[in-house]
Design a protein around this ligand. Structure first.
Ligand code: CTP
Length: 400
């Protein structure tokens, strides 16, 4: 899938950077994209519909209603698009987007859009630094939108700093890269469930038993599966990682029990299940309702076994293809193969904590993959590349 022939909806809001949109339209059209422009009423103070429609070769809309008494359907515009880019995105438009304040055609179209959304913010230095802007950009990112950060330089106010909209060439290159990256749609129509991150098992209202899992491996897998066209259900324990693809539906949980319940809400409907979470094997038998005081010289907590999520998935397996992870410190291969059989898996990914750069907290991983009949060893790579290797292997086994 390349950008040629793609339908790109550009939503212009009212900032001085709107003048750069003419160049963006030209770059996109030169690459063969089909461009439709809409704008907020305020954007008309900065650029004219005439110049934008001349370049995009289509009428430009800013209102729900036309002079002839007909209306511009925001739903049709939204569903037409393969990608929507809000550029420049002012602080006001950003705030309306993330809060659902639907008082113009741009926001109504945005809220009806099912396609990927890109945001190129542009505002003055202090507005860009303001906590509300930062929070709103984080929120937009958590919705799976792609932020193309503002660049540093001289601003219209004369101040110097970050706030200038990214250059049109940068924006069009990112849009093109997005379509190139998503050109492999090998998992289109498949639903992939991924567990990720640690689980926290409460001891009292302020303490828990946890582990060092960052969630990065699971989030990288979710991202890669989504790029390949899968619908991804990501069930994650506490993690600072963020989702970055709109095909990912994220469900945040805390304990192993919550993760178990969430997995089995979806289990029947999935095609592929990948258990990358570092689930706590045990949980405190009793959770103290008040903070435990240090009254005694020694203190013990009775732990009971948590449900084994992946093992239960294996027991209830019908059509699902199941992938497990094994993190081992000794007898690695033997233990991994043992888990493959015991949990009724189709594939297991082994990391050895003896390999430098592998495991929990690192950005890299070194894996071996085993199936009932096959074995493959990989080099130390970034977790994004490891996710590609794992999904290539899954596809080889599952789609063959
Ligand atoms: N797993 C799970 N639920 C659990 C424990 C583990 O779903 N309660 C999954 C993990 O996500 C991983 C695989 O099972 O994919 C292996 O987990 P691991 O803890 O390494 O194996 P265990 O079977 O718990 O064995 P042990 O801790 O004794 O090595």
């Amino acid at each position: 899938m390349t950008i040629a022939g793609k339908k790109i909806l550009i939503a212009v809001s009212g900032g001085i950077a709107a003048y750069k949109i003419h160049f963006l339209i030209r770059y996109l059209i030169k690459k063969g994209a089909d461009v439709q422009v809409i704008m907020t009423p305020d954007a008309e103070h900065f650029v004219t519909k005439l110049s934008l429609s001349t370049l995009s070769k289509k009428p430009v809309y800013s209102d729900f209603y036309t002079e002839n008494g007909t209306w511009n359907s925001h739903v049709e515009l939204a569903l037409w698009a393969d990608l929507m880019i809000v550029a420049p995105c002012t602080a006001n438009t950003l705030a309306k987007m993330v809060n659902g304040i639907c008082d113009n055609l741009v926001i109504a179209t945005y809220m009806s859009a099912k396609c990927p959304v890109f945001i190129a913010p542009a505002m003055d230095l202090d507005m860009y630094q303001h906590p509300s802007t930062k929070k709103n950009l984080d929120l937009a990112e958590s919705f799976g939108h792609t932020i193309i950060p503002a660049e540093s330089g001289e601003l219209a106010s004369g101040l110097i700093g970050q706030g200038r909209m990214a250059e049109p060439e940068t924006i069009s290159t990112q849009i093109e890269a997005f379509f190139n990256e998503n050109s492999n749609q090998s998992l289109d129509g498949k639903t992939v469930l991924i567990t990720a991150g640690p689980t926290y098992e409460a001891i009292d209202p302020v303490r828990f038993i946890g582990n060092h899992s960052s969630g990065k491996m699971g989030f990288s897998l979710a991202d890669e599966a989504a790029k390949r066209g899968a619908k991804v259900i990501l069930i994650s324990g506490p993690s600072a990682e963020k989702v970055s693809h709109q095909n990912i539906e994220i469900h945040k949980v805390v304990s192993a029990k919550e993760m178990f319940d969430k997995v089995f809400e979806f289990y029947e409907t999935i095609d592929i299940g990948i258990a990358s979470a570092a689930v706590a094997d045990y949980t405190p038998k009793m959770v103290a309702s008040e903070k435990i005081k240090k009254n005694d010289e020694s203190f013990s907590i009775e732990l009971i076994k948590n449900p084994d999520i992946l093992k239960t998935m294996g027991e209830q397996k019908k059509h699902q293809f199941l992938v497990g992870f094994a993190l081992e410190t000794q007898n690695e291969e033997e233990n991994a193969l043992g888990k493959l059989h015991k949990k009724n898996l189709d594939m297991i990914v082994l990391n050895s904590l003896r390999d430098e750069g592998a495991g929990f907290k690192n950005d890299t991983n070194k894996i071996k993959i085993f199936t009932q009949t096959d074995k493959k060893e990989f080099d130390l790579k970034s977790k994004e590349s490891v996710a590609k290797d794992i999904l290539d292997f899954v596809e080889n086994q599952y789609l063959k």
